[in-house]
Design a protein around this ligand. Structure first.
Ligand code: C2O
Ligand code: CU
Length: 475
């Protein structure tokens, strides 16, 4: 993929070396110097035992130790919500308890769930009203790195902190010294609290709600201590409303082992790790530095706005004398391979939004929103664009005719990326979310073997809510 780095306009700029950016007229966020070590995530919960997730208002110290807590919406009082960890093939059982003052649901992003468990209100389930509960129960078929989040008023509900990681463990994971799970988020902070104005027209028709404060696991990042020759499995998940990350790991040589939870043949990263909203990447990192070394992890996705996300600092005692060289391959998940002979082809044209940058006009008949095949959908997305016979291979020709990047997410299935801009891809990676640069195209293929009505939408949540969503039926 060619990396045309987008301009984010004058709405955002960096302040020295931290992950804080000022948006428009909102005040600069002053971040304290990092103290102590990185926030340790709370103990994972095993949802095969049956657990409760309570969605409610809470306060968390997003901006770091010694700062005023930020008012959020959270699962079980934490941002991120509890890490859920379950063995592949086990049954997840989660009771959602809605203590918000509006409807909500949980969507299990990337998991090939049975349709009634997919969490799309009015389409796969009734909305979960305030002071009511809902049971989610399904077997997790694939090992990998997944997300859970509401699928109701997503821009605001996810934007205020309702999300978490769902890790499905392989029966035989590669040997590592440590596993890190980094949920990347981006907040628009104004006077120490989350700014309002979710889903406003400017955000909706341009980059989406890109914020001014980046967090890892719900905290402004602090340096992470590592040991020489340590092998780390780093699970990266982007749950920001709109921010796209392009991560560099200094002198380290990250090896990609999974994309969107799905195993990929191990390969050295050949550029920045690109993560649009909803996307995940699993990396193996061998800490090849010496005691006292420091590795800066930087994000330079937006033109001219490079900043340091966090850093690794080497402690003095090595874990071992030389790096590990044991295998890191993951076993493939049990997903049917698409058969391109006799596949059904469907075109999805994404249009609308502003022409480009500030003050541009509208594109392609989008009116006040975004379109899929010429239609703006803003509310109930339940009329399917087309039906695919169950078991058939579907090829979607995704065409981004806008001036903006879009991470397009498919529900209920994992697809292979078979071409980009008309050229067959070398790797045919399996993904559930695909980042498509402006004016580019991609073809994805999958076996439509999961019956039901499924959404396909942009995971920039303001784009989704302004119409960039559609549904297809498998029956
Ligand atoms: Cu993560 Cu339809 O969403
Ligand atoms: Cu989009």
């Amino acid at each position: 993929m060619t990396l045309k780095r987008p301009n984010i306009g004058r709405r955002a700029f960096l302040i020295g070396g931290t992950a804080a950016i000022a948006a428009g007229t909102t005040a600069l966020v002053r971040l304290r110097k990092p103290q102590g070590n990185v926030q340790l995530p709370a103990r994972p919960l095993d949802p095969s035992a049956g657990i409760r997730l309570t969605a409610a208002r809470a306060q968390v110290p997003l901006l770091g130790p010694g700062t005023v807590p930020v008012n959020v919406w959270a699962y079980n009082g934490q941002v991120p919500g509890p890490e859920l960890r379950i063995r592949q093939g086990k049954k997840l059982r989660v009771l959602l308890d809605n203590r918000l003052s509006e409807d909500t649901t949980i969507h299990w992003h990337g998991v090939r769930v049975p349709n009634p468990m997919d969490g799309v209100p009015k389409m796969t389930q009734p909305p979960v009203a305030p002071r009511t509960t809902y049971d989610y129960e399904f077997v997790v078929p694939d090992a990998g790195t997944f997300l859970y989040h509401p699928h109701a008023h997503s821009s605001e509900q996810i934007g205020r902190g309702l999300y978490g990681a769902l890790i499905v463990e392989e029966p035989d994971p590669p040997a590592v010294d440590r596993e890190l799970v980094w949920l990347l988020d981006d907040w628009r902070i104004d006077n120490g609290q989350i700014a309002g104005g979710f889903g406003n027209g400017m955000d909706a028709l341009m980059n989406g709600r890109v914020g001014n404060t980046v967090t890892i696991n719900g905290r402004v990042p602090q340096p992470v201590a590592v040991r020489p020759n340590e092998r780390i499995r780093l699970r990266l998940l982007n749950i920001a409303n709109a921010r796209i990350f392009g991560l560099h790991f200094g002198g380290l040589r990250p090896v990609v082992i999974a994309i969107d939870g799905q195993p990929a043949p191990p390969r050295l990263a050949d550029g920045p790790i690109l993560l649009g909203p909803g996307m995940r990447t699993d990396l193996i990192l061998d800490m090849t530095g010496k005691p006292g070394d420091r590795v800066q992890i930087t994000d330079n996705f937006y033109n001219g706005l490079e900043y340091q996300l966090t850093s690794f600092t080497y402690a003095s005692s090595p874990v071992r004398q030389t790096p590990l060289s044991t295998p890191i391959d993951l076993r493939p998940n049990p997903i049917a391979e698409p058969n391109l002979d006799g596949a059904e082809h469907h075109e999805m044209v994404f249009g609308g939004g502003m022409m480009s940058g500030m003050g541009g006009g509208m594109m392609g008949g989008g009116g006040m929103g975004w379109t899929v095949n010429g239609l703006v959908r803003t509310d109930d997305p339940s009329d399917a664009l087309f039906t695919i016979p169950r078991g058939r291979t579907a090829v979607f020709d995704l065409r981004n005719e806008t001036a903006w990047w879009h991470p397009i997410h498919l529900h209920g299935h994992s697809f292979r990326v078979i071409s980009r801009n008309g050229t067959s891809t070398a790797r045919k990676d399996r993904q559930d979310t695909i980042l498509i640069p402006p004016q580019e195209t991609a073809e994805i293929a999958f076996v439509a073997d999961n019956p039901g009505d499924w959404m396909v939408h942009c995971h920039i949540l303001e784009h989704q809510e302004a119409g960039m969503m559609a549904t297809f039926r498998v029956s």
